[in-house]
Every structure is written in C-alpha cells, then in structure tokens.
Design a protein around this ligand. Structure first.
Ligand SMILES: NC(=O)c1ccc[n+]([C@@H]2O[C@H](COP(=O)([O-])OP(=O)(O)OC[C@H]3O[C@@H](n4cnc5c(N)ncnc54)[C@H](O)[C@@H]3O)[C@@H](O)[C@H]2O)c1
Length: 325
C-alpha cells in the first residue's frame, strides 16, 4: 500500500522546529559521509525549470526523490504557485514507494529550516534582534518563521517590489508569529536588520552590499542558476561564505560563481559547508563583527529528511489515504 498525503495533511503535521532538527541531522550526515546526494538533474521546458532530486540518509533510514518545478509565470498566468513539488518516499529495505506526498509546503518549510539551522550556528547570539526579509512570497514567509525559531527576534522589516505582496505578508505573518513587521520603503531600510533573508525571484543583486552593517548574518536562498544572483560582489567579498554544498554552489549559485569568474574573489573564498560547521569540523562565527553568509541552493537531503518526518508523524496521527497502486 502507498500512503497519499495532500498539502493539508502535510501542513497539519509539519512544524518548523521539528523540521529544523531533522534538517540539521541531514547536514550532519552529509558532512560525516553517511548521505548519498547526487547532484540534482535540471530540465528547462520553455516556461520554467524542472528539478529531479534524489537522496539517501543512512542513519535516518530515509530514501526519497522529489520532483519540483519553478515556473515564475504561474501566479499571473494560471493562479498557481511558482514552486510546486511532489515527493516519493521509499522504504530503504525494499525500495518500494511507501508514500507520495505534496512537496510544495514541504519545500518551503525545509528551505526555511536550512536557514533556521544556519542562523542558529552563524548569527550573533544577542537577544532582541531585527530580522530583515527581502521578498514576501511563499519562501519568504518560511524564512521569517525559521529565524524566529532560531533567535530572539523583536521585530521584522520586509521589502518586496510588489506592495500588494508585502501588505499580505505583513498581515499574515504578524498574526502567525505574533511579532511587529514593518514595511521597508527601499532595500536600504532592510539593512538595519541583524539577520537578513533574501527570498526573491530576482536574478540581479537586490541590495548594496557595502551598506550592510558589521555582525550581520545573511541567508541567501532565492537565486539558483550560474547567471543569477541576489547578493552583489561586495557583500560576498565582505563575508565569511558558507554554502549548503560546495558542489551545488559552484554549479548553481551565481552569487559566488559570478565574482569568482570575474576574478574578484578566488574559489577559496568559499569557507565551509553548513554540515562542516554543524559537526564542528570548521569554526562558525568567531566574533560579533563578522558578516556571515549562508547560501542555500536547496539539497535533496533536506527534502528526504523532511519527508520521513512527515510520514512518521502522519502514521502516528492516522492521517492520509492508503491506496494500492
Ligand atoms: N534555496 C532553496 O532551497 C529554494 C527553494 C525553493 C525556492 N527557492 C527560490 O526562492 C525564490 C522565491 O520563491 P517563492 O516561491 O517565494 O516565489 P514567489 O514568486 O512566491 O515570491 C518571490 C517574491 O520576490 C519578489 N521580488 C522579485 N524581485 C525582487 C526584488 N528585487 N526585491 C524584492 N522583492 C523582489 C516578488 O515580487 C515576489 O513577491 C525563487 O527564486 C525560488 O526559485 C529556493
């Protein structure tokens, strides 16, 4: 039998703090060599990008493959989300697909969770910090949620080129997280924040990196092709640069590929993978003035760990529909 979990089922069992725990373990497995993570396969149909993302986590006993698509015209053209996905979870003992679940909400939460874990390890530890969010779409919501799980956040400030999207974000997220959220009039307004998340669909830098204050931590999650970037050369140069994976960053992240190709930094500017910080193989933040950047491309290990968490919780709660395929 195969368990089918729709978006509502997934939403009913998936919490950010649980997801951060399993995502942290998944990055630990990657650093310790117990994860199998082939680079994802990308196909570009005319209107979007289709990604095939398999992984296996030995210690967690989790094996799965996600199919996820990013179609920027979906909201305007079809009233559908930009990012859509489905996950096939397998039994590592038999190989059989034991669960098919919606992957859209899972993707947003696990992407938030990676930034939450990076924030936990890399941001300054003081209380009453300000979170700055670029973008006010699906991912941006989860970024803010994760940052509030990782640190004591007194307020947030959000900037999006769409006023309508920003207003909706503020009314939804201030209620969900019970914090004050201010609207930024310009990208510069966001740079007063202590922890910044970039979660936009922009292919070009979205703020001036020379204006970022010392001690800031940045989670950059939006762009994921070699020619696109949200972060300018200046902020990359000024920061200690941590990525989800060295291989993924140098295949997909224009944020680091562009300044390396133009000779402004060398490849060795990539300091560490997140898993190396989690497992203590490399030191994270060393002082309160350092600027740290976590570049997230999105790894299948995050999906697989989160899918296993959702499946276990759904079984325990008795939700979903079993079908014979
Ligand atoms: N790293 C990962 O694991 C991961 C996972 C999923 C999606 N993503 C990426 O995250 C990005 C956001 O995804 P989403 O699903 O939230 O999309 P979305 O379309 O829901 O939201 C994107 C928002 O960015 C805004 N925006 C565009 N340019 C901007 C700019 N210069 N300044 C401020 N705001 C700007 C848009 O107005 C929109 O509101 C996409 O690029 C997507 O590919 C990354």
């Amino acid at each position: 039998m195969t368990l089918i979990l729709n978006r509502t089922d997934v939403m009913s069992v998936l919490e950010m703090n649980d997801c951060m725990n399993v995502v942290e373990n998944a990055f630990g497995e990657l650093a310790n060599g117990t994860a199998v993570l082939p680079l994802r396969i990308n196909i570009s149909p005319p209107d979007g990008l289709s990604l095939y993302m398999p992984a296996y986590l030995k210690n967690m006993g989790a094996l799965a493959c996600k199919v996820v698509t990013i179609y920027k015209n979906n909201p305007a053209k079809y009233n559908m989300p930009t990012t859509i996905g489905k996950v096939l979870l397998q039994d590592p003992a038999t190989g059989d697909v034991i669960c098919i679940m919606d992957g859209g909400y899972l993707t947003a939460v696990r992407t938030g969770a990676a930034s939450g874990v990076a924030t936990k390890y890399l941001a300054r530890k003081d209380s009453n910090q300000i979170a700055g969010i670029f973008g006010s779409g699906v991912q941006a919501r989860m970024q803010l949620w994760a940052v509030t799980e990782a640190r004591d956040i007194s307020k947030a400030i959000v900037y999006d080129i769409s006023d309508e999207a920003t207003n909706k974000f503020i009314s939804e997220m201030s209620e969900k997280l019970n914090i004050e959220i201010d609207k930024a009039n310009t990208p510069d307004d966001v740079l007063q924040a202590d922890i910044i998340c970039t979660a936009t669909s922009s292919a070009t830098p979205i703020f001036n990196g020379s204006l970022v204050k010392e001690g800031t931590h940045i989670n950059g999650i939006g762009s994921h092709t070699p020619n696109a970037r949200e972060l300018d050369t200046e902020i990359v140069k000024r920061s200690k640069f941590i990525g989800d994976s060295y291989e993924a960053c140098f295949k997909e992240a224009g944020d680091i590929i562009i300044p390396v190709n133009s000779g402004e930094i060398s490849e060795s500017h990539f300091y560490a993978e997140l898993g190396e910080i989690i497992t203590g193989k490399k030191e994270g933040r060393t002082d309160d003035n350092e600027i740290t950047v976590f570049k997230s491309n999105g790894l299948a290990i995050q999906d697989v760990a989160t899918a296993k968490l959702i499946y276990d919780k759904a079984l325990a709660a008795g939700i979903g529909v079993d079908i014979e395929i």
